[in-house]
Ligand binder design. Structure first.
Ligand SMILES: *Cc1c(COP(=O)(O)O)cnc(C)c1O
Length: 222
């Protein structure tokens, strides 16, 4: 049954996170599992909520706005994170809908997010996305631009919790995770959003505080 699958998958992922955390001398509850529900509909999401999962992530503002208000009405205490690239014209919607934004990556977005937070009177936690390689299509600021962007984010009163990365596909992820962790330390930031279905245990051993796991919880996206 679908719901049995969901509870088995989530138990497996939670066990692996806990084991990786203990191996690294960390507390398992220092890692937040963000269940990435993009492309999955409410009937696919409900079994995970029934299994106790409360933190979810989406990569599109419009998709999240269509799905989550009703699911939140059914179950209090849902936390929703945005993990995909954010267009400036969606910033106001994003600030109203999400509890955390993992994709802050450029000065123009910092500025509109600051104004949107002032207007909405709520301040979702922000992660600055860093692009550690040079894939042209990918979001993220370069390590060289990070200090200036962090300064702008602080000036705009964005609550910057930490850094986020998506390592290049097909390469060993550990060096990229270690580099992101070093950048966070250098800037006095505590939180690290890194690790997906294929590499979340590696990310946890290297300090991830938020792992973004989709496929390992929901199965392949259609
Ligand atoms: C889709 C997505 C994930 C989850 O990927 P899986 O491999 O399905 O676990 C994590 N982070 C971001 C930014 C994503 O877009």
């Amino acid at each position: 049954m679908l719901s049995d699958d969901a509870s088995t998958r989530i138990a497996t992922v939670r066990d692996r996170i806990a084991r990786a955390a203990r191996l690294a001398g960390r507390k398992p509850d220092s890692v937040t599992l963000v269940a990435i529900s993009k492309t999955h509909d409410a009937p696919a999401i409900r079994p995970l909520i029934a299994a106790g999962q409360r933190v979810f992530g989406e990569n599109r503002v419009q998709e999240a706005a269509a799905k989550w208000p009703a699911l939140r009405d059914e179950t209090p205490g849902i936390e929703l994170h945005l993990v995909g690239q954010l267009q400036s014209n969606k910033a106001e919607d994003a600030v109203r809908l999400f509890d955390a934004i993992h994709s802050v990556d450029r000065p123009s977005l910092v500025a509109v997010l600051g104004r949107a937070m002032d207007k909405a009177g709520r301040r979702p936690a922000c992660f600055v996305q860093v692009k550690l390689d040079d894939e042209p299509q990918k979001g993220g600021c370069t390590p060289a631009d990070l200090p200036a962007l962090l300064a702008e984010a602080r000036a705009a009163a964005l609550p910057v919790a930490g850094l986020m990365c998506v390592p290049p596909a097909g390469l060993e992820p550990a060096p990229w995770f270690a580099l992101l962790a070093k950048l966070a330390r250098d800037h006095g930031l505590d939180e690290l959003s890194m690790g997906m279905s294929g590499d979340y245990e590696t990310a946890v051993t290297l300090g991830a505080t938020h792992v973004r796991v989709g496929t390992a919880l929901f199965g392949e996206r259609g």
